[in-house]
Write a protein that binds this ligand. Structure first.
Ligand SMILES: Cc1cc2nc3c(=O)[nH]c(=O)nc-3n(C[C@H](O)[C@H](O)[C@H](O)COP(=O)(O)OP(=O)(O)OC[C@H]3O[C@@H](n4cnc5c(N)ncnc54)[C@H](O)[C@@H]3O)c2cc1C
Length: 527
């Protein structure tokens, strides 16, 4: 198959114009193309008067070698295929703790290889979880067992479902194909910045669960890992808790895909002397603008073109104080959401639905935090710092899960907001106008102020006075890393595979899923 790169396409291109553009690049007639499909498509908005798509296109023709000789921007490529690892049947069923993207994809591979994995998930199945989350968002009643962090699909279920990563691992295609096959939009297979949206994600994680079960896997919801048992440096059982009853499950292989919010599980691992280290992470606020303003800034006169989806942005600045300030997990046409998992502590994050058609754009606006900022040598000092800020945000919001909010114009002047302007905060169950300096450490608030002003030079309108800030975005990544060595196993205990975001080896849905696949491959290769 031939892959042609850098094919420019008008925004209103169709199958005929796509074929014409590909044929022109290859110096052949349209009729010679036997098969055509988009491999990648991105928006080129560098020139605001000529916004168009740029694509990589796969075609099949006769005599591919001969055709390739006549074309510069094309290469021969093999069709993608993920080969499942070959393996014997494990003597004990592998156990996966956590049903987020990492655990779900580890389970899928193990199930596809006939290993009948058991997935242990402290939260509830996605339908029950949706009810719990909606109850929290509408009435402020938080369920510590079932929320935006815990439950089927993990932290990624109530999200924007962005699927881009910075890596080129061949397993990414496997992840995208499984998502597309199980209910996500097919366009994720070729868009340069694919996203699923919460509505489609919920359906997709359910379909993947059904697939895993049909292959012999089992899901144990509302079941929590509370202890691990090992002898001679090798795992032999996990201790689980369901309905206040504790029981032991024997196994030789445990994938620990617990996410970054499993603070009680981190504590248990620390007490068992499982090697961990403090890890740099980032905290800050959510910033919301009108999506229309972002579209105008990014697409110029094409801002409301029907073929363009809501525009995104990604910004990073380096400050003179040595800190970095950056935007993260930007959600076009989405909402800021209450993402707490502990009573008395408030957390924000962002989500969108597939349509990305809400009035506001939101993004995390974060300041880099180093272990030196943690204020203690304890391995879990980063968690303690997160908790402190979450408690301050809870108090500043009125102790009812209403979030503390401030307009950017007031934040820059360090004065309390008394009214919102054109941007209405989307956070539910509600918000309290305040001065965010009362709930952010000085170094964070000052860095954010400097960052906002600098970012406005890169994205016109970023420092718009009506933009709103909602605190506190404290769970952007894990503040610890669970150390692993040979074959991805814990350096302390063989057969224990710390994976995904919570263990410090992933930073999003796709990288967590890929890490889960790798761990499954390791189990199959070396057990
Ligand atoms: C609101 C929101 C929006 C996001 N948007 C995006 C986005 O658009 N794109 C993106 O790439 N990333 C996004 N993320 C981040 C992404 O969700 C995470 O990077 C990803 O889910 C990490 O996957 P994971 O499997 O490692 O951990 P998690 O998804 O956190 O899953 C861990 C699971 O383990 C379970 N668990 C924890 N402890 C135990 C225990 N002791 N016993 C049993 N079960 C346990 C938890 O309940 C949880 O379900 C978002 C996150 C949030 C919260």
């Amino acid at each position: 198959m031939i892959r042609i790169n850098e094919v420019a396409l008008n925004l209103d291109y169709d199958e005929t114009s796509l074929k014409k553009a590909a044929a022109k690049k290859l110096n052949i007639a349209v009729s010679e193309i036997k098969y055509i499909s988009l491999y990648k498509r991105s928006v080129d908005a560098r020139k605001k008067d000529n916004v168009h798509f740029t694509a990589a296109v796969d075609v099949k023709v006769d005599n591919e070698n001969k055709v390739l000789k006549k074309c510069k921007n094309a290469v021969f490529v093999e069709e993608y295929h993920y080969d499942l690892p070959k393996c014997r049947k494990l003597s004990k069923r592998p156990v996966i703790i956590g049903s987020g993207p990492c655990g779900m994809f580890a389970a899928l591979i193990l199930a596809q290889c006939g290993q009948n994995p058991i997935i242990v998930e402290r939260g509830r199945d996605v339908d029950s979880r949706t009810k719990d989350v909606n109850e929290f968002w509408s009435g402020g009643v938080l369920d510590e067992k079932s929320n935006v962090q815990f439950g089927e699909g993990g932290a990624g279920t109530f999200s924007d479902g962005k699927l881009n990563t910075g890596t080129k691992d061949k397993r990414i295609r496997k992840v995208l194909e499984e998502f597309a096959e199980n209910g996500s939009p097919k366009e994720i297979l070729y868009l340069a910045k694919p996203h699923i949206g919460t509505d489609m994600l919920k359906m997709t994680v359910k379909n993947i669960r059904e697939k895993i079960i049909s292959l012999g896997g089992e899901y144990w919801f509302e079941t929590k890992l509370t202890d691990i048992k090992f002898a001679d440096g090798k795992i032999n059982a996990v201790v689980l808790e369901k309905n206040n009853e504790t029981f032991t499950l024997e196994t030789d292989n445990v994938i620990l895909a617990i996410g970054h919010s499993a603070r009680d599980t981190f504590e248990m691992l620390k007490n068992k002397n499982i090697a961990m280290e403090k890890k740099a992470f980032a905290m800050g606020v959510r910033i919301e603008h009108l999506q229309e303003m972002i579209n105008k800034s990014q697409y110029g006169s094409f801002w409301n073109n029907k073929y363009l989806s809501a525009a995104d942005y990604k910004l990073a600045v380096h400050l003179n104080n040595g800190r970095g300030v950056f935007t993260f997990c930007m959600c076009p046409g989405g909402s800021v959401v209450a993402a707490a998992s502990e009573h008395g502590r408030l957390v924000t994050n962002g989500m969108s639905e597939f349509a990305r058609d809400k009035v506001n754009a939101n993004s995390a606006l974060l300041v880099g935090i180093n272990p030196n900022d943690f204020g203690s040598s304890d391995i879990l000092a980063g968690v303690a710092l997160q908790r402190r800020l979450e408690e301050m945000a809870f108090h500043a919001g009125g102790e009812n899960y209403h979030a503390p909010v401030q307009r950017v114009c007031d934040f820059l002047k360090k004065q309390k907001s008394v009214a919102v302007g054109s941007v209405i905060p989307s956070y539910q169950p509600g918000y309290t106008l305040t001065n965010l300096d009362i709930c952010l450490p000085d170094f964070m608030a000052d860095s954010l102020r400097e960052g906002i002003v600098l970012m406005d030079k890169r994205l016109k309108g970023f420092a718009d006075g009506d933009a709103v800030l909602t605190a506190v975005e404290s769970r952007s990544s894990s503040p610890v890393r669970i150390l692993r060595g040979e074959n991805m196993q814990s350096v302390s205990v063989k057969g224990l595979y710390p994976c995904g975001e919570g263990a410090g080896y992933a930073g999003g849905i796709v990288s967590a899923a890929v890490d889960g696949i790798k761990a499954a491959e390791m189990i199959l290769q070396f057990s």
